[in-house]
Design a protein around this ligand. Structure first.
Ligand code: PMP
Length: 440
């Protein structure tokens, strides 16, 4: 069937007298998730690749979803308000208004989207024009680059630069920092926006208040917008604090803050996301949303609204999911750190997120480097690891611009937000690997 479909498509293309692909898609067809998710599904693997929990969301949101679909209210099966289900935008405005110390109007400052992905897409489509530059901090969640390009903009990259950790200490994501002078040099007359992702995927870096102030001062000085992707806002470890850049002086008026129920309530498949910001920006995102997705599934929004209502009531208390989840995940992180250290991969300890990056430099003997090979080393290494060890991860070079890929292709990203049994299975694979390498 598949072959038949492909055959028909090729036939169609052959019949067309002009190119079928819109020019703005040129060079954007490759996608790391499509490639590695497929590979992990093809071989029997312990999948620490794509970022999703393999455990259930908390009971209170599952029960709210069940109630939404099986309860009396028939309207929860129908279209809801185009820019967000009233119950959800109301509680999001209340919740984040309190955290930011900012009046947030549910109807004009908040919009619900199909996951954080759609919120990001709306930002670029609504606010980036042809010729505009958008600053992206490397390593970055890979979709920022194609989204800027699809809007006609030009991505301008600035790397986080790793410092050597103190002797005897493991490297931390906090050792990766921006050079303030280099950052300042990236702001030009054409700069329209900067994308900030804290906690950062894939590194797990949680930007400090001081680092955010440097970014905020540059945004204000150069009249630049900030798209702040905060999907991992609750997943911060070791007592670190998540700072919301929109709360810094002069930033509310120029920031769109993006969140995801997928990460917030461990329900990535529900695809409920949101954004909030000043109406003079959000109104343009509404234009994009009403002309593509229109509105989002009602029952899932109702369940997320109930979840936030519950968290509002328990905010900061030991029974809050936003307090409990990071505590559990920190233990999972530490467990994977130990397993990786035991086999000789050097982990970079993440201060937040679902992810942990490990350095493969000592593994070059297992999969020899081929200097002339076009494919980055980490990508080849993971393909080998999936096929030969049954363990899946994601190559970190996928989170870098073309110019930098080669400089960071000795790193791979693991997701540790997994059941005990999954982490144990990964541990066993690593243990066997170590025995093979060093002998019993
Ligand atoms: N931003 C970042 C940094 C992410 O890691 C992800 C998901 N991996 C998203 C946005 C997209 O989130 P959602 O699943 O809610 O669309």
């Amino acid at each position: 069937m598949m072959a038949q479909l492909t055959g028909n498509c090729n036939e169609m293309e052959a019949k067309m007298s002009r190119p079928v692909q819109a020019q703005r898609l040129e060079g954007l067809d490759k996608n790391v998730w499509v490639e590695f998710v497929k590979l992990a599904a093809t071989y029997p693997t312990v999948n620490l690749g794509q970022g999703f929990p393999d455990f259930s969301p908390p009971d209170f949101v599952k029960e709210a979803f069940v109630k939404a679909v099986s309860g009396e209210n028939a309207m929860l099966h129908q279209y809801t308000r185009v820019f967000g289900h009233p119950a959800l935008v109301t509680i999001l405005a209340r919740f984040f208004g309190k955290l930011l110390g900012q009046d947030i109007d549910p109807l004009t400052n908040v919009m619900v989207t199909v996951g954080a992905y759609e919120a990001l897409f709306c930002c670029f489509q609504a606010l980036v024009d042809s010729g505009d530059e958008v600053i992206i901090i490397e390593p970055y969640f890979d979709c920022y680059e194609p989204m800027v390009k699809m809007a006609g903009g030009t991505p301008v990259f600035i790397p986080l630069r790793p410092k050597t950790p103190a002797p005897g200490k493991l490297m931390s994501s906090g050792d990766w920092q921006l050079d303030p002078a280099e950052l300042a040099s990236k702001f030009t007359r054409r700069t329209k926006a900067i994308v900030l992702n804290s906690p950062n995927n894939p590194l797990g870096k949680v930007f400090s208040k001081k680092e955010m102030e440097i970014i905020a001062d540059l945004c204000v000085k150069h009249d630049v917008l900030c798209f702040s992707d905060e999907v991992y806002e609750w997943l911060v470890y070791d007592g670190k604090k998540h700072i919301r850049i929109a709360s810094l002086p002069g930033m509310w008026d120029r920031t769109i803050t993006i969140g995801s129920a997928g990460k917030t309530f461990s329900a990535t498949g529900w695809k409920v996301g949101w954004m909030f910001g000043p109406d003079h920006l959000v109104k343009h995102l509404r234009t994009v949303h009403q002309n593509c997705v229109y509105h989002c599934p009602t029952a899932a929004q109702e369940a997320v609204a109930q979840g936030f209502q519950r968290e509002f009531e328990h905010y900061g208390k030991p029974e809050s999911y936003f307090v409990q989840l990071p505590q559990e995940l920190q233990q999972k992180r530490d467990r994977l750190v130990q397993s990786l250290l035991a086999v000789g991969m050097k982990p970079i300890i993440p201060e937040g997120t679902y992810f942990l990056i490990a350095d493969l430099s000592d593994f070059k003997a297992e999969v020899p480097n081929l200097p002339d090979c076009e494919e980055p080393y980490d990508s080849r290494f993971i393909k080998w690891m999936i096929k030969n060890k049954g363990l899946a991860a994601i190559p970190v070079s996928a989170f870098y611009s073309t110019a930098q890929k080669r400089n960071f292709d000795h790193l791979i990203r693991f997701c540790f937000v997994k059941e005990e049994a999954t982490l144990k299975a990964a541990e066993d694979i690593l243990q066997q690997w170590k025995l093979k390498k060093t002998g019993p």
